[in-house]
Design a binder for this molecule. Structure first.
Ligand code: G3P
Ligand code: MG
Length: 302
């Protein structure tokens, strides 16, 4: 595709002409999800029960976004430990595939921004990625590796919650769902929630691992159905993962009526976190865990 065509498509996708319709369409999507839940006996229940077990005494989850990315190099073992030290119940991380098809933890399509080399993760084996420096770019930190998903899950304490966000889908990441599921199943002591912006990836996870909770990531005002809640009735996820700016009373009520948990990301401030907790959301995925943690000591159980 030419870069002109790509930029036109991107502009259309990001346009806000759908904005007035968004809340209406979302409400319809949540109502249809509730209907499907009430009438489809083939829907699995194990995933919902697994998700319920993530909340201690029904209290909301505090998850560190890419670890503790406000104060540590994102998606590294050091960052995940920092998030736990700062009071998170677990972490969110991003997973792609290495050249030898090992799920590895990296946010971008390339290694350029967060490591000491340039290129794509698929240009390197997992062992080679583990030899890179993904930490020194962050002020005050030394070397950290690009870890595999298995290394991260192995490093987490039993009972921790890990939100595994699948990146892609692109041809380079074909098979990511199966590979990630195999790794997740090998670490049953950790509570995993699999999320993605791409419903097709979550459908595949549900097909091959109906016991795993899935969270549909959504973004506002997008022309692309894949980035809205429109696909919820088809997918019937266990949770919706919206950015904070999308979440208001009607959003939370819609999710509640459909039996969907709400885990919110892109939480810009403690004021915003307090507003979301007051609305009764089920979890926050935050950059600055230390700043948010005090709010969770007295957050009400849902
Ligand atoms: O899972 C929430 C958030 O991580 C989604 O966006 O780009 O930070 O992976 P991104
Ligand atoms: Mg992410």
């Amino acid at each position: 595709m030419t870069s002109l065509a790509r930029s036109i498509l991107r502009d259309v996708a990001r346009s806000s002409w759908m904005a007035p319709l968004d809340p209406l369409l979302r409400r319809a999507a949540f109502a249809a999800t509730a209907l499907r839940k009430a009438t489809d006996p083939t829907l699995p229940h194990a995933a919902k029960l697994a998700l319920d077990r993530c909340y201690v005494d029904g209290r909301p989850l505090l998850l560190g976004h890419r670890g503790a990315m406000a104060r540590a190099p994102e998606n590294t073992l050091g960052s995940f430990q920092a998030a736990l030290d700062d009071g998170a119940r677990g972490v969110e991380l991003d997973v792609t595939l290495s050249g030898d098809s090992v799920p590895v933890v990296l946010h971008d399509d390339t290694l350029d921004r967060t490591t000491n080399i340039f290129g794509k993760p698929t240009d390197y084996d997992a062992a080679e990625l583990a030899g890179l420096d993904a930490g020194s770019w962050f002020p005050g930190w030394g070397p950290e590796i690009v870890p595999s998903l298995g290394q991260v899950l192995q490093s987490m304490p039993a009972g921790a919650v890990v939100n595994v966000e699948l990146k892609g889908p692109t041809p380079a990441y074909v098979g990511l769902e199966r590979r990630a599921v195999d790794v997740i199943r090998a670490h049953p002591a950790v509570h995993v929630i699999v999320s993605s912006f791409h419903p097709a990836q979550l459908l595949e996870v549900r097909r091959i691992a109906s016991e795993l909770p899935i969270g549909l990531l959504v973004a506002e005002q997008s022309f692309l159905p894949a980035r809205t809640a429109w696909t919820a009735p088809l997918l019937v996820p266990d949770a919706i993962h919206p950015p904070a700016r999308m979440v208001d009373r009607s959003f939370v009520d819609g999710c509640r009526s459909a039996g969907l948990r709400v885990h919110v990301w892109a939480v810009p401030s403690t004021d915003e976190a307090a507003r979301l907790l007051d609305l009764g959301v089920d979890g926050l995925i935050v950059d600055d865990v230390a700043a948010m943690a005090p709010l969770f000591s007295d957050a009400p159980a849902s």
